[in-house]
Design a protein around this ligand. Structure first.
Ligand code: TYD
Length: 145
């Protein structure tokens, strides 16, 4: 699975570190929303959804957590544990976040404001949607040949 990783430039000096995230230069989408998940209780698993069009950048700016990404065909687990490294999560990717350390702060930059109608919260429906898309893409390719 092709996971797009993000490495932020660190502006460090003898005082410590600073990371700046700017749309267009560092982030390839307009940042319409920022949220963060923290104080996650032991054993909690969150997410369990995909998005129809939303794009996101996930960075665990403190502590650590794991993210399971699933494109309907392949699954991959990524550990986020550095405040200057993250992953881009495109649309139509099922995600689950878990194994949060007690101090974990998971920062999310999102391309759209909150819209419940953009969520796919049912895994069976998610698989149907991605498989339909794959069928449509292969038909397009057949037509182009
Ligand atoms: P939820 O979707 O359950 O979070 P996750 O999928 O990451 O586990 O969101 C928890 C609550 O927060 C839910 O009531 C919706 C609300 N919420 C907002 O109001 N705005 C947002 O941008 C997000 C992500 C959630």
């Amino acid at each position: 699975m092709n996971i797009e990783r993000f490495h932020a430039q660190q502006h460090g000096d003898s005082r410590g570190q600073l990371v700046a995230l700017e749309e267009k230069s560092e982030i390839p989408f307009d940042i319409k929303r920022v949220y963060y998940i923290y104080d996650t209780k032991e054993g909690v698993r969150r997410g369990f959804h995909a998005h129809k069009s939303l794009k996101q950048l996930l960075i665990c700016v403190n502590g650590a957590c794991k993210v399971l990404l699933d494109n309907g065909h392949e699954k991959e687990i990524v550990i986020l544990d550095k405040p200057y490294e993250g992953i881009f999560v495109q649309s139509n990717i099922w995600r689950e976040m878990y194994d949060f350390t007690p101090d974990a702060v998971l920062l999310v930059l999102a391309s759209e404001i909150y819209d419940e109608s953009d969520y796919i919260r049912d895994y069976g429906r998610f698989l149907e949607l991605v498989n339909n898309k794959d069928d449509m893409c292969s038909k397009e390719t057949e037509r182009e040949v």
